[in-house]
Design a protein around this ligand. Sequence first.
Ligand code: IMP
Length: 428
Amino acid sequence: MSSVVIVGVQWGDEGKGKITNALSTEADMVVRFQGGANAGHTVSLNGDPIVFHLLPSGISVPGVRCVIGPGVVVDPQALVDEIDMVAEHGVEVGDNFWIDVGAHMVMPHHKAQEAAEEKARGKGAIGTTLRGIGPTYADKHAREGLPIGLFADFDAFRERYVAVASRKNELLTKLYGAEPVDIEGSLERLRGIADRLRQHLADTPGSIRDALSSGKNVIFEGAQGTLLDIAFGTYPYVTSSYTTAAGVSPGTGVPPSMIGKVVGIAKAYITRVGEGPFPTESPDERGDAIRTCGHEMGATTGRPRRCGWLDGVALRYSVDINGADRLIITKLDVLDSFETLPVCTGYRIDGETTTRFPRTVPELARAEPVYEELPGWKTSTRDARRPEDLPAEATAYIKRIEELAGVPVAAVSVGAAAHAVVEFEDIL
Ligand code: IMP
C-alpha cells in the first residue's frame, strides 16, 4: 500500500496543486477530502497556468481516477464551469472523475447568507472567499444540508431544496434584511446541472479502500492549510473544514489505520489571505518584494496576499498536528535576491520566549517573532535540479528548516514548471 496525504502546513497557498499534479503521474487515484471552491490550486497545463478550484489536481493526467470525497463541499455551478474550462484546454472529464454522493452542495442561499454575515460582522469580518463554504458546512452539521447524491432523483432533491431554501429565505430577509434567493429560478438552473453531473455520482469510500488494499498509489489532496483548520487553526480566522491529515478519514471514509505517509507543503516564506493574526508578517518593502516576485495574489479571489518570513514555530506546530513525515518546500527561488533571510525560531509573549504556538487569537496577536538572520544566496536557483546544484546558503536554509520542523525536507520547488523541482528523496 502506498498512499500519501498532501497537506498545507501554513495558511494555504503553499503550492499543493503543483506538487499533487507532479506526483499524479505515478498515482492511480487522487482524492480531495475537504474544502470546496475556496481553494485555488494552480497547475501548469501544457505550459499554461490553470487554476483548479474543485477538480483534483490529477485530472489532467491520463489514467488517474480523480475523486471528490464526501468531506468536500461542492458548488455544482462552479464544478460544471470548471469542467468546461478544462475541456477548453483539452482535458476530458469523463469516467475518470467521481463525486461521492455524500459531498454536500453549496447552494445560492449559502452564498447569500455568507455575504450577509460577513457584512454584519463589520470590522470583525473573517475575510472569507465568499464561496459559501462556512454556511454549507454549518448546514451539513445542523442537518439542513443537501448532499449531492440527491441529484440522482431530482424530485427528491427539489422537495428538500424547497424546504431548506424557504427557511433560509426567512433568515435572509428577516434577520439580515437581504434579498431572498429565487428558489424556482435556481431549481431550473440546477436541473440542467444535475443532468450533467449525475454520471459522476458514486459511492466512493469502498473503492478508495480497495485501491489502498491492493497496493495502488493514492494521493489525498488537501486544500487550504493547517493554520486555517477549523479545530487547530487561528479560530475564528479559519475555514470551516478539517484541513489537516486527520480530515482524510471523515472526508473519504478511509480509516486512520489505512492512511500512509503525510507530506507537509510549506513555502520557503509564508503568506496569509484574509484577516487574523500573522506574527511574521512583513508589511514593508521586503514583504512587497516577496509579493511581486512570488506573484502572491489570491488564486480564487485575486486579493493581494499578506507576506512574511518563514515561521518555525508555526511550522513545527503544523508538522506535529499532521504527523507529517516529510516536508516539501516550494518557491525557494522567490528568495533568490535577498541579502539576508529572517527565520522565526520562537515567539516572545508577555515577556517570555517560547516555541509553543498559541491556541487563542488574542495570545497569538501578542506574539512577537524572535528572528535568526540567515545569509541569502543572491543567485538564481531556478535551474537547480539536483541537491548539489543549490548554493551552499540555500542548502543551509533548508537544513535550518529541517531542524525547526523536526522532519526532513524531501524536495524543494524552484519555479512554476512541473520539472522545476530538486528532489532529495522519492515521495510515493
Ligand atoms: P472561507 O474558506 O472562504 O470560509 O475563508 C476563510 C478563511 O480562509 C479566509 O481567511 C480565506 O482567505 C482563507 N482561505 C480559504 N481558502 C483558502 C485558500 O485556498 N488559500 C488561502 N486562504 C484560503
